[in-house]
Structures are given as structure tokens and as C-alpha cells.
Design a protein around this ligand. Structure first.
Ligand code: CTP
Length: 447
């Protein structure tokens, strides 16, 4: 019996896939199809895959062409599989011409001509071409414009801003440049907002009232009443209103959460989270503080994210210690908050007027997790135990600081009319509540 093996993602299974499978099967008597796992695709930069692994496996099964379906999970697995399954022929589309010649040492390699005019990428693009407008006055928009090119079906076509000083030539050359939000809203399907937090409420409300979706740099707003109102409008108008915290979408961060929840370091007793970015000291005297994000707004949501996602939002007690700029009480240069839970404690330290080691430490009854600075661009972390020999290191490639994964998640949420679970409403509300407490000086010591 001649055994043939082939591999693919098979997202939104199409005619090209079926033709490939038919010809692969015809090369022998028994066809094994390797379907790529979600994590493997992500690791090799294929971030837009729309269907889950199980859906893709089911689609391949339905073709009736596969005698056996396996999952491809790691780089180099193909050699293992050839031996494990006693494979005689390895077949793959001609877009991979030459790439798998090394398998010739173990079996016969056949490149089959690719079917012209169809691909999963094209189907995804056609299905989900969304025009996105950006709002704000910051260089962050340059990054989002750049990253959008990696996301199938996301087309940044507009920017609404009062100040173009920080914009890249790409942003300056977008088809629609305006300072009138209403004008921009006529021409887009969704909006990314990175303006100053004091402008969020009005901008989000206008956008949702036009039935357009919103991704907004967290905190969405700094009042819980406004948060509830905006979420209500979003619900009524069938719109997505999502917090933008890029760290929340990084693969390593996600894996870290799963490991913590599976109990690898035991019960969590303490967390320390630090995020700082020092102002340019020479520029300090020229800064217009009305337009710049204060420390807790700029860093608070990122720092609070792991605390609320790991320990929950129902802390029993809190103490905030903060130092602001003289004469500008709402502009904190440094803020440290300690949250006391029934059996654990967490502290977040944020600052734009101080510098510190930007690390994340999660201490448990059976070890701790250490994420080195800058932890919010997590691609690496360690699990450390009492005995060094038990320590483990984890690395997951982080592309584009997590922004492209966040955009993929936003687009997916819009198409599925269901907000991605990554940053839940519970966490989003808790962040807003923290902001409200800060500006109301609740549990607060000024130093
Ligand atoms: N394939 C093909 N003809 C096409 C598309 C895919 O023969 N028009 C083949 C590929 O060469 C590969 C298999 O089908 O051997 C699975 O490919 P996959 O990467 O899952 O499909 P694509 O449509 O190429 O996906 P994407 O656009 O995401 O790269």
C-alpha cells in the first residue's frame, strides 16, 4: 500500500484545497492529511485564520478524501510523521516548490500545481473588507496603520485629527484626512480611537450612534455611568465596543494566563506589576499636560489587566499612593495601588515621571512566574521553582507588539457580532471604576 501525506491550514475550505487533496490521493492508496494547529499557524505568522482547528478538521473530513487526519503542531514534525506513519509520498502545492526537498531523504516529494485564482486569504479578504478610521493626535496611530497591513480585510482609510505633527507619511497620505469626526464616520465601518481620554466619551458616543464599531485605547472612559451608557448604546445598535490593550492579545501573555489558571505555581498569593515610561526631561517644561495622558490613564489599564484577569475584580480593600505635578492635581507622575483580596495581594506601580524595572512577578504557593521588562511586550517568561532544575522557560514570537492580533480580534468580533473574550466587560468595567476612584481620590494618599 502506498501512503501519501499532505499538510495545510484548510481555512474556509475551497475548490483549490479539494483539487489538491484529490490529486494527492491519486498518488497512492491511503491519504493522510495534516491540519495545522492554531498555535502553530500563529507561531509561523499566519494570524488571520478564521476557523478553529476543529472546524477545519471537520471540513477536511467532509470532503471524504482523507483516510486519516492528523494535527500538525510543531516545526520539523513532518520528518517525524514520515517515519511514524510509514509514508511513501509527501505531496504539497507548488507554492511550496523546493521548500520540502529535504524530505527526499525519507520519501518521495511531489509538488502539485496550485489551482489558479483562489486562496483562503482571498476569501477572507472578500468576506471581511472593513474600512477603519483612526482618531487621535498620537504616534500610536502610525503603528496601527502599519500593523493593519498584516490583517486580512482591515483597510485603514481615514484619520481624524487636530494635530498631524506625529504622523508618518503613510498616515498623512491616507485617502481621508479630516478634523471632523462626523464627516469621517460617513466613510468608515469602524473606528480606532487613541485620542486623549477626556475626548473618548463624546467620540465613542457619536461613533456608536452612527452604528459604527469602536476599538478604543483603554480606559474607554473614566466614569462608570458613562461606561454603562456607552455599552448600552453599543448593544442597542449591534456594535462592538472594545478596550484596546495590546498586551492582552500577545500569545505569550495568553499562555501565561492559562498556565497560572492550570495551577503550575500553585495558589496565587501575590502579584507585582510595574509599567513606567519616563518623559523626555528636556521637553517637560514645554508639555501641554491637558493633551498628554497622565500615568494612571496611560499605564493603569495595562498594569491592572493581569491582576483583574488572575485574581478577579472583587478585591476587599485598596490603597492608592500617588504623586502629581505641582499645581496639576489630576496629572500623576507616579501612582502605586495595592489591592487586597481575601487570600492574596497585588500591587501595580505606574509612572511617567519615574523609571523602574518594568517587570511582572506572580508569586504562588508552588513557585513564581517572572516576566522580564518590558513585560507588556511579553514574548518570554519563566516559571521558577524552589529547585532550579524544575525551572521552565517559555518563548512565543510576538509580532508587532500584539497590535496585529488585537486588530484580528476586533475584525473577528465585528463579523461574528460577538465581542472577543480577551478583555471581558467585567475587566473593562473594573478598569473604568479604578479610573473613577482615582479622579475622585478614593482610598487615596497624595505624597
Ligand atoms: N492549494 C492549492 N491551490 C490553491 C490553494 C491551496 O493547491 N488555490 C494547496 C496548497 O498548496 C496546500 C494546500 O492546498 O498544499 C493547503 O493550503 P492552505 O495554505 O491551507 O490554503 P491557501 O488557500 O493557500 O491558504 P492561505 O491563503 O491562507 O495561504
Amino acid at each position: 500500500m502506498i501512503k501519501v501525506i499532505t499538510y495545510g491550514t484548510y481555512d474556509l475550505l475551497h475548490f483549490g484545497h479539494i483539487r489538491l487533496l484529490e490529486r494527492a490521493k491519486a498518488l497512492g492508496d491511503y491519504l493522510i492529511v495534516g491540519v495545522t494547529a492554531d498555535g502553530f499557524d500563529r507561531a509561523r505568522g499566519k494570524i488571520n485564520v478564521q476557523q478553529s482547528l476543529m472546524e477545519r478538521i471537520e471540513a477536511v473530513k467532509q470532503t471524504g478524501l482523507a483516510d486519516e487526519i492528523i494535527i500538525e503542531e510543531y516545526e520539523g514534525q513532518k520528518i517525524d510523521d514520515v517515519f511514524r506513519y510509514g509514508v511513501d509520498v509527501f505531496a504539497i502545492g507548488s507554492d511550496w516548490e523546493g521548500k520540502f526537498d529535504y524530505l527526499n531523504n525519507y520519501c518521495k516529494v511531489v509538488y502539485l500545481p496550485r489551482t489558479e485564482g483562489i486562496s483562503s486569504s482571498d476569501l477572507r479578504k472578500k468576506q471581511r473588507e472593513l474600512n477603519i478610521g483612526m482618531v487621535g493626535e498620537t504616534a500610536v496611530l502610525n503603528k496601527y496603520e502599519k500593523e493593519s497591513h498584516y490583517v486580512n480585510g482591515a483597510c485603514v482609510n481615514a484619520v481624524c485629527s487636530n494635530d498631524h505633527t506625529f504622523f508618518s507619511s503613510e498616515v498623512k497620505n491616507l485617502p481621508i484626512i479630516t478634523d471632523d469626526l462626523q464627516d469621517m464616520l460617513e466613510k468608515v465601518d469602524a473606528v480606532f480611537i487613541a485620542s486623549h481620554p477626556t475626548e473618548h466619551y463624546s467620540q465613542i458616543k457619536q461613533t456608536l450612534e452612527k452604528k459604527k464599531h469602536v476599538l478604543c485605547k483603554s480606559p474607554i472612559v473614566t466614569s462608570t455611568k458613562q461606561w454603562q451608557e456607552l455599552k448600552q448604546i453599543a448593544k442597542q445598535n449591534g456594535c462592538i465596543l472594545m478596550d484596546s490593550i495590546k498586551t492582552g492579545y500577545a500569545t505569550a501573555y495568553h499562555r501565561l494566563l492559562l498556565l497560572v489558571k492550570s495551577g503550575v505555581i500553585g495558589e496565587i498569593v501575590s502579584m507585582e506589576v510595574t509599567c513606567t515610561s519616563l518623559f523626555d526631561l528636556e521637553r517637560r517644561s514645554n508639555i501641554n499636560y491637558q493633551k498628554v495622558w497622565n500615568s494612571i490613564s496611560a499605564w493603569g489599564p495595562t498594569a491592572m489587566l493581569p491582576v483583574f484577569q488572575i485574581l478577579g475584580t472583587d478585591y476587599k480593600q485598596k490603597q492608592t499612593v500617588s504623586r502629581s505635578i505641582e499645581g496639576l492635581k489630576d496629572f500623576d507622575l507616579f501612582t502605586k495601588t495595592t489591592y487586597v483580596f481575601p487570600h492574596s495581594v497585588a500591587s501595580i506601580k505606574v509612572g511617567k515621571g519615574i523609571k523602574s524595572e518594568g517587570e511582572l512577578i506572580i508569586s504562588g504557593t508552588n513557585g513564581y512566574i517572572y516576566v522580564p521588562a518590558p513585560w507588556w511586550k511579553t514574548d518570554y517568561f519563566e516559571i521558577r521553582k524552589e529547585h532550579q532544575s524544575e525551572n521552565k522557560r517559555y518563548f512565543y514570537q510576538l509580532e508587532g507588539e500584539g497590535i496585529r492580533y488585537e486588530l484580528v480580534s476586533f475584525i473577528k468580533s465585528i463579523h461574528q457580532s460577538k465581542q472577543a473574550k480577551c478583555i471581558s466587560d467585567k475587566v473593562s468595567f473594573a478598569i473604568t471604576k479604578e479610573m473613577e476612584d482615582f479622579f475622585e481620590r478614593k482610598d487615596f494618599i497624595e505624597i
